[in-house]
Design a protein around this ligand. Structure first.
Ligand code: GLU
Length: 483
């Protein structure tokens, strides 16, 4: 392999893509794009107990939605596949054997009961819980005999008993971790599957990964991984550990304080552009005042050097604001295409593209999330079937009924039904009656939309068209009881 930059996103398929996972994927993707590198997707499914049906498909679909395309991975085979760890077992087995042969790993026959016993003892004595290295010095011949006799075993790596390791992290600088806090990590389980630690090292090496960019929770594992690289005689990729994601109260981001699955935000109607923009800022910033970024702009601006060390707060208000900004930027035709299925779900299928795009133009400044176009603007597509109580109380009385009746007649015969003409008509009536225009405007809005607030009334009436407006005014007169 040449010196091209290669990075990977290596999720475990747990059923959904966590927002932290989306950030890891995004940073890897941006880094690869910026450096003309390759972005690899690898599925880390060695924990068979945590397997979830459909999880991989869901993950890939969520990445695709966000616009994060991988160059190699499941369904996009490259030269170093397969990209699903459960399909690579023979590769791990031969590597584990290599370590056993070199004496840097050993078979451990301790039963779960024995391990539990030492754990209990250590806990009772308030000691750190760790394997007591009981099998570390078994002779290879003994071990081979016990394996041949069918005894269950795991394989553990040997960690030096004393000393420490210092390594460099692009984000955290030099990090030192003592070997005394490391266990003789299991690298091959009794079910024949490798653990994460072995598989990640073997795969990152065989897949030519040059930069490991992932969440900070993996930082303490780095010494184990570097030891494995050394045992295999391989060079170590560069490392970058991304800061933790925090709730607004600065506790670790948790489900309890809000959604953590990307698909939940997607379902709620957040735009992928806003989601990506928001996620990019969880730990990174461009170093200037800019806040609104497209994927392309992120690709040009992103560097690992500008990723900070301190935890990044997941602030939904900021996400909402960004969603509004991206809604304003998005072409109406694209928003229209996203609204069509939502309209259809309410049985609204007869709206023309032109009408829908004009409706979007009226509403886009007033919504945060996509579904609000329809929830708050349903009256743009069908006559209101109820009227806000507050509005009825405030502006609907016998006088209003008389005025709305006259207004309906006037509008029915207006030469042009555009918003300046409609406005002119309302103003003329208010002068004729010697009242403020608001006395007409409020009950008119109520009658036409059922609401007390919304986009500019005259533009809205122009969009609805003369027939609908006159029909709605007259029907309100009949339907809203006068207080
Ligand atoms: N499978 C690990 C995870 O889901 C990947 C960690 C890594 O990137 O090395 O977090």
């Amino acid at each position: 392999m040449n010196d091209q930059i290669r990075v990977r996103f290596a999720p475990s398929p747990t059923g959904y893509l966590h927002v932290g996972g989306l950030r890891t994927a995004l940073y890897n993707y941006l880094f690869a794009r910026r450096h003309n590198g390759r972005f690899v997707l690898r599925i880390e499914d060695t924990d068979q107990a945590r397997k979830v049906e459909g999880a991989v498909e869901n993950l890939i679909e969520t990445l695709r939605w966000a616009g994060i395309e991988y160059d190699e991975g499941p369904g996009r085979e490259g030269d170093v596949g397969p990209y699903v760890q459960s399909q690579r077992l023979p590769i791990y087995h031969s590597h584990v054997q290599q370590l056993i042969d070199a004496g840097t790993a050993y078979s451990c026959f301790c039963t779960p009961e024995r391990l539990d016993e030492i754990r209990q003892k250590q806990m009772a004595a308030k000691q750190a819980v760790a394997y007591d290295r009981h099998c570390r010095d078994l002779s290879p011949a003994d071990a081979a005999r016990r394996i041949a006799a069918g005894e269950k075993r795991v394989v553990r790596m040997k960690v030096p008993l004393t000393g420490e390791m210092t390594f460099h992290d692009i984000i955290r600088g030099d990090v030192t971790i003592g070997y005394n806090v490391l266990d003789d990590q299991v690298i091959l389980k009794s079910d024949g599957f490798p653990t994460y630690h072995l598989a990640v090292v073997v795969d990152d090496h065989l897949m030519g990964v040059t930069h490991v960019i992932r969440g900070e929770e993996w930082l303490p594992s780095v010494p184990k991984h570097i030891l494995l690289y050394q045992y295999f005689g391989w060079s170590v990729p560069q490392m970058a550990h991304l800061p933790l994601l925090l709730n607004p109260d600065r506790s670790k981001l948790s489900k309890r304080q809000g959604d953590v699955a990307v698909e939940d935000y997607r379902t709620k109607g957040y735009l992928k552009e806003a989601m990506v923009n928001f996620i990019a800022f969880l730990g990174w910033n461009p170093g200037d005042e800019r806040e609104i970024f497209s994927m392309q702009e992120l690709t040009e601006a992103f560097t690992l050097e500008r990723v900070g060390q301190s935890g990044a707060v997941f602030n939904v208000d900021k996400l909402n604001w960004l969603n509004q900004q991206h809604l304003k930027l998005k072409p109406a035709a694209e928003i229209a295409a996203m609204l069509r299925p939502m309209l259809a779900a309410r049985g609204i299928t007869d709206v023309t593209d032109e009408y829908l795009q004009r409706a979007i133009g009226l509403m886009r400044e007033r919504v945060t999330l996509l579904p609000e176009f329809i929830e708050n603007g349903l009256y743009l597509f069908r006559d209101p079937d109820e009227y806000e109580d507050a509005g009825v109380k405030k502006s609907w009385d016998a006088e209003a009924v008389g005025r709305i009746t006259t207004l309906a007649d006037e509008l029915a015969s207006l030469a042009m039904f555009d918003h300046p003409s409609i406005e002119g008509c309302v103003r003329l009536l208010s002068e004729r009656w010697g009242i403020k225009a608001g006395k007409i405007i409020h009950p008119t809005r109520l009658a036409v939309s059922g609401r007390t607030g919304g986009p500019g009334l005259f533009e809205m009436m122009e969009l609805l068209g003369r027939d609908a407006v006159v029909r709605r005014l007259r029907s309100a007169v009949e339907r809203i009881p006068v207080r």
